[in-house]
Write a protein that binds this ligand. Structure first.
Ligand code: KIV
Length: 263
């Protein structure tokens, strides 16, 4: 039986960590099912780790749909979440809905979009029409030009207030999951404490309801040096499948992330 949003809410209520990992194709999807990954994220990080770009922004809706179809065919257990790539959610709610439908029809059970306060109307529009939404706040990679790079957000008081306002706005709009990336741990802890929906962290806090990493970082194919938020599990026995299992076990045991992976 495939994991559903209901299952994620139950894990959250029971304080059992939710394990999320990016996935872009069928063979890895099968390996991730075998390792018990709860959510496979077809992230627009595929622009960097699969297509070789230096940012996610060249990725198209057709690209994400293609990889979502492959992941959905390969997996039978995990919930499949697909990213709305750059330019496909920064449009009207109606157009975003049509773009989200493409990803749902490709096999996703949930879409992810970047942004907070400014995306509230769009999130509301999608969830009212039956599309589960994960809102990605903090360091939103599609806005890296605006940030002057892939930089930690919310470090100063004004920045922290912006991230807090984003978290409150997306939850009020009906977002089903709140994903926060690259924000100070203290700020992430405050959001986790205030949030009524499951929170997923990457460079955020061990207190989040779940964690996500990019597959290539986990299996030893990430950049050298790895970003602080990531961890290479490729030294675990069992090759690639063993690294994926070790990541899942570390998240469930609460040993990843630790202070070394937070800001
Ligand atoms: O695209 C992606 O892989 C992501 C994760 C890093 C959260 O958005």
């Amino acid at each position: 039986m495939r994991t559903t949003l209901r299952d994620l809410r139950r894990l959250h209520a029971e304080r059992q960590p939710i394990v999320v990992l990016t996935c872009y194709e069928a063979s890895f999807a099968r390996a991730m099912d075998a390792a018990g990954i709860d959510v496979l994220l077809v992230g627009d990080s595929l622009g960097m780790v699969v297509q070789g770009h230096d940012s996610p922004n060249p990725v198209s809706l057709a690209d994400v749909a293609y990889h979502t179809r492959a992941v959905a065919r390969g997996s039978q257990q995990a919930l499949v979440m697909a990213d709305l790539p750059f330019g496909t959610s920064q449009v009207s709610p109606e157009e975003t809905f049509r773009n989200a439908v493409v990803l749902i029809q490709a096999g996703a059970q949930m879409v992810k979009l970047e942004g907070g306060v400014d995306m509230a109307d769009t999130i509301h529009f999608l969830v009212r029409r039956g599309i589960p939404v994960c809102a990605h706040i903090g360091m939103t990679p599609q806005s890296h030009h605006q940030f002057g790079g892939f930089r930690v957000q919310g470090r100063d008081e004004a920045g922290a207030q912006r991230v807090l306002a984003d978290a409150a706005a997306v939850e009020a709009a009906g977002a089903d999951l709140l994903l926060m990336e690259c924000i100070p741990r203290q700020l992430a802890d405050q959001i986790v404490t205030q949030a009524g929906v499951p929170t997923i962290g990457i460079g955020a806090s061990p207190l989040c309801s779940g964690q996500v990493l990019v597959l290539h970082d986990v299996i030893g194919l990430g950049p050298v040096p790895l970003a602080r938020l990531a961890k290479d599990f490729s030294a675990a026995p069992g090759g690639v499948a063993g690294a994926i299992r070790a990541y899942a076990e570390a998240v469930r045991a609460g040993t990843f992330p630790d202070a070394q992976h937070c800001y």
